[in-house]
Every structure is written in structure tokens, then in C-alpha cells.
Unconditional design. Sequence first.
Length: 388
Amino acid sequence: MQDLLSSEDGSVVPQLRPLKDKLTAANPWAVGNWLTTSRGARLLADLAAQKAEITHDVLDGLEQDASTRYLRELLVTTGVLPRRDENFARLRLWLDAALDSLPTTRVRVLRPFAEWCILRDARRRSERGRYTPGAASVDRMELRAAMDFTAWLETEDLDLGSLTQGELDLWLTSHPTRRIGAFIRWSVARRLTGKLTAVRKHSGLPTRFLSSEEQHGQLRRCLNDSELPLEVRIVGALTRLYGLPTARILQLTTDRFQREDDGASLTVDQNPVLLPPRLARLIEEQAARPVGHVSILEQPGGDHPRYLLPGRPPSRPRSADGIHSLMRRHGLPGLSARNTAMIEAVADLPPIVASDLFGIHPDTAHRWTRFAQDSWADYLAACAATEQ
């Protein structure tokens, strides 16, 4: 370990002393395994041998694989590097690499769109702690769509400034799943093109629901079936009771759970939500669990509380894809259950209350309320027509 963290003169690099203390106190088997098998350990040795300070920019210049990401997390967790929003940072790295491979003529349009439309909004959400992996994935899709669209214009010898609605509709017809709306709206607002509309082929309203019997039956399973994994029971119950998306559940930390004399609560956004006693016990059991695998990052430290559902490394939450796969494996679909829970919530609560309790945007809460009211009106109309 001394050799790993030492410069050419054999002394431990001052910047890496917190890391040395962490490794010394960590599980010896985990440390030894990491030192002998990990590419990240070799990267760290190379960086320590150099005289330059190790920074995020230095790591950004390396190949962005699992070893580099783990090394970065190790340096952040031990206080060698400051914590940053990796979802936003990885989006920037991906964008820079993608634009570097494109012709200058296309970059002149795509770079301002990326900076002033996509990245500016992403930065705002990141500063509020709301920029999730799912949000970053959507932003990448919109950027890829803009890249593909400008490539199509070039191939078809078309110019953005003289593009017609018919030509845009032709692209939309042949690329129905691409999210080009943000780029078109931005281009129109900047007068880079004439007045165009990227017509959406769907309403954006939810279409997948569970019946009340299915929803409540699945909730009873989550609360009572001890054969289900604990994380499945917690995610399933929070989704079906409060309409929480998986990404929001994964960001919950153990300090958001509070046990009081009159019950237990979970603070999802800003306000505590009262928990049913059985769900409170499940969360309490999960919070008390040790990390389920050996890791040199298993000891929480600093000012960052432990995730309720820790991943690998435990200083990061479980991946949403992994949880979705696990829930499907146990017959507990997420989207249809969340839609059903949201409909039930806005039927009982004013939109502003639902927004505060569940951490959704007020506009989203109002849209759900209008959707629920319209659906109820359609249901009553259908019942009246049947009785005639």
C-alpha cells in the first residue's frame, strides 16, 4: 500500500494521506483483493507517481470505464476529491466526445443547442439535487436525436434555415421514436429556421394501470410476504402507496427515516410522510443492515448519509435498471402500479399537497389531477350510456 500511494522519492503523496488512512482501516481482504486485481489500483499508482495534483479533470482525461469510476468514487469518499454530480459530469464528457467526432458545420448548431437548452436545464436540476440517471438518459436521447437530424439534413442536402414543415414531417415519419421536439423548438426560438412544429404522435398521458384489486393485492404482498427480498418489498410498497418512481426511491438515505413515539415517517422531498407500521419496520430493518458485500468503501464517512438501498460501491445507490429487473422477476410491475397510485393520490389530495408530499413538480400534480378528473367523467358517461 505504501508503494501504491508514494511518489518517486518513496513518501506518501500528501494529497493521498486520507486515502491511506481509509485503506488501513478497511477490510484487509477487500483491500488486498483490490490492490492485486483492480486496474483502478494501477491507475492510482501511476497518478501517485506523478507530481501533479490529482483532480477530476485529470480523471476525466482517462478512459471512462468501471475502474476509473470506482477510483473516482474512492477518492471522493475519502475526501481526496470534492464530490460532484456524476450524472451531470458524465453527460458533459459524453457530449464533448460526441461533438469532437462531428463536422464543424454541424457543431456550430449543435454546441449552442446543447449548452443553452439541454445542459443549462440539467445544471439547474443538478444544483437542486434532482438530476437523476433517468434524466441524464433522456437528455442524451434528445442530443442524439439532434445529431441524427442534422446528419439527415446534410445527407438530403437540406438547410435548417429553409426547412419546410413537409420536410420535417418526412423525418418524423421515418423516425417516430426520436425526441426531436426540443431541438426544433430551440431552433425556432433562435430564428435559425422558420415556424415549425414537431408533432408528437402520442398524448403523453398514462395508459397502463392496475385494477384496484391488483394494486391492493400487490401491496399486501409487499407488506406481508417474507419470501420476497427486503428491497423488493420496500420499493414495491413505496411505489404502490405513494406513487414514487424508482429513481426517487433509490435516492433516499437512511437519515430520511424517523421513528417517533407516535409512529414513523419518511421524508421524501421536504415534508415527512407518515408510514404504515409494517412498512416502517421493513425500512428500519433495511437501514440497520450491514452492506451485503465486502468493499473498501463500505464504511460511510463525511457528511454524506448512507443510502437506504446501497449499490456497488455502497457510496452510490442501487441502479434503477437492476431494481426494475428485480421487480419484474417477482411479478411487481413498476409503471402501471405508480400510475394507479398517482390516480388514487390526486383523487384524495389537492395538487399542491401531492406536490409537497411526493416531491413532484406542481405542474405535474395539476396535470395528473386534470387527467384523473377527465377519466372519472369518461367513466361516469360510459356507465350512463350502458344504463340507457
